[in-house]
Design a binder for this molecule. Structure first.
Ligand code: F0G
Length: 458
């Protein structure tokens, strides 16, 4: 290790995309056109896009080279076998099933193991995961460790699952109703917070006692492993690859979106040990995604993911990744902007409810803050709060546990000066916090309303 104070981006830029800051008038007009829903914006009207870290990262020269190697054979392509080997190198499950993205893997898995009356416990289910659990007729239950629900309380592993609550839930419903336990690493909806190896092993012990399979939602497995290396006693000298293998070894399977720690623009998969489940999953895969050696992806996508999985576990990359996210978060803390602490792996989460105490949750403080950042400097972020989670299936509305705004950082895409610009935008918005107006919903679909609802300012 070197002893420089500055942690640089461990790459240089080979291909550039121009960015343009629109005028305030233009942004005001765009906001009105899209009903104050930032999902409706054309990305060309966005300067710095922190809507998501999913599929928005930059590929490496080696990944672009790997695309050329992509073999587009319908069945038995060598690109599939390279993909399978790269997955098994980290997650040694018997069956590896590619899908076009994470939610396709979720859809297939829960179609097989879900169903009416079933209960799927998790630390926190991501929104598409919950929707796929519920689409099967099953119920998803979030059993997050209590510290995970308090934005301002630091704890090294705020993604941990509450094992006592898990034990109680299994007692209440009976093991036959619980097809599997799903642990999301890192916990995206709870602030990008990691799960410790100790907690994974404790969950495993409960699962063993009741003979329930344990699955990972492994979207951000490498960031989780890096946090384990940094924060869990006895892990500091280990290679992250070995920590990932330890995480995998407690599980019976996983779903994954390769658009995050797969370092690819598209892709995902399902991996598991159970032969009978794998057979059913592959049969569904053929119905909805494609033949089992490509599963909804081109051969070149499989190559990009295989290469990405070898790059994501490099220590230089992970050190820069986590440090650069902290850089943004720490600067905002210095400005007095309330954020979820500790700072997560892929994103900084602003606590909009704390920053805008004059707005009630049903005036959507997270949405108001996200709109204000776009209006001020063309920065797009994402509300994770009452807009996203507040609408119950019966049509009633209630405040979400937290009203957050996520600044998700695409991998290897923006530089430190881009982040300095974002900091300046948040600083300006925070100064006007008291004047920011709440919103009301004027139009919304019955589910997943955050993607398409239209708002008006109060
Ligand atoms: N699980 C987690 C934890 C996720 O964060 C996501 C996607 C998925 C599953 C679904 O994967 O998009 O490939 O179908 N998260 C993105 C985000 C959309 O912005 O956080 P997908």
């Amino acid at each position: 290790m070197n002893d420089f104070r500055t942690i640089i981006e461990p790459f240089r830029i080979k291909s550039v995309e121009p960015l343009r800051l629109s005028t305030r008038e233009e942004r005001e007009a765009r906001l009105r056109e899209v009903g104050f829903n930032l999902f409706g914006l054309h990305s060309a009207d966005v300067l710095i896009d922190l809507l998501t870290d999913s599929g928005t990262g930059a590929m490496s020269a080696e990944q672009w080279a790997a695309l050329q190697r992509g073999d587009e054979s319908y069945a038995g392509s060598p690109s599939f076998f390279r993909f399978e080997a790269a997955v098994k190198n980290l997650f040694d499950f018997k069956h590896v099933i590619p899908t076009h993205q994470g939610r396709a893997a979720e859809k297939i898995l829960f179609s097989v193991v879900g169903g009416r009356g079933k209960v799927v416990p998790s630390n926190t289910l991501f929104d598409t995961t919950r929707a796929n659990v519920e689409a099967s007729g099953a119920t998803g239950v979030d059993l997050l460790y209590p510290a995970g629900r308090q934005p301002s309380v630091p704890h090294p592993f705020k993604g941990n699952l509450d094992v006592e609550a898990l034990e109680r839930l299994i007692g209440e419903h009976g093991r036959d109703q619980v097809p599997l336990v799903l642990v999301t690493v890192t916990n995206n909806s709870g602030g990008g917070q990691p799960v410790s190896l100790e907690n994974l092993r404790a969950v495993r012990a409960v699962c063993d006692r009741h003979q329930i399979p344990l699955f990972l939602d492994g979207c951000r497995f490498a960031e989780n492993a890096w946090f384990i290396r940094q924060r869990e006693p006895g892990q500091a000298h280990r290679d992250v690859v070995d920590i990932v293998r330890d995480m995998a070894s407690v599980a019976d399977g996983m779903t994954m979106s390769a658009k995050k720690d797969g370092m690819a623009n598209i892709g995902g998969g399902l991996a598991l040990d159970d032969d009978a489940w794998a057979l059913k999953c592959r049969n569904l895969l053929i119905l909805t995604e494609g033949f089992p050696t490509y599963g909804g992806l081109a051969g070149r996508d499989l190559e990009a993911i295989a290469q990405g999985l070898s790059e994501i576990v490099q220590h230089d990359y992970l050190r820069y990744r986590v440090r650069s996210t902290e850089y943004l978060g720490e600067a905002l803390q210095k400005l007095g902007v309330p954020i979820v602490v500790p700072i997560g792996g892929h994103a900084v989460y602003l606590d909009a409810r704390a920053l805008l105490p004059h707005l009630t949750p049903l005036q959507y403080p997270g949405q108001a803050l996200a709109v204000a950042m776009y209006r001020e400097g063309g920065v797009r972020s994402c509300e994770i709060g009452t807009v996203m989670f507040g609408l119950s299936p019966d049509g009633t509305e209630k405040p979400a546990a937290m009203d957050l705004v996520r600044l998700a950082i695409p991998r290897r895409t923006y530089t430190q000066s881009h982040m300095d610009f974002v900091i300046e935008v948040v600083e300006r918005v925070a100064k006007q916090a008291k004047q920011l107006k709440g919103l009301r919903i004027v139009e919304q679909p019955p589910a997943l309303r955050h993607f398409s609802a239209r708002f008006a300012e109060l």
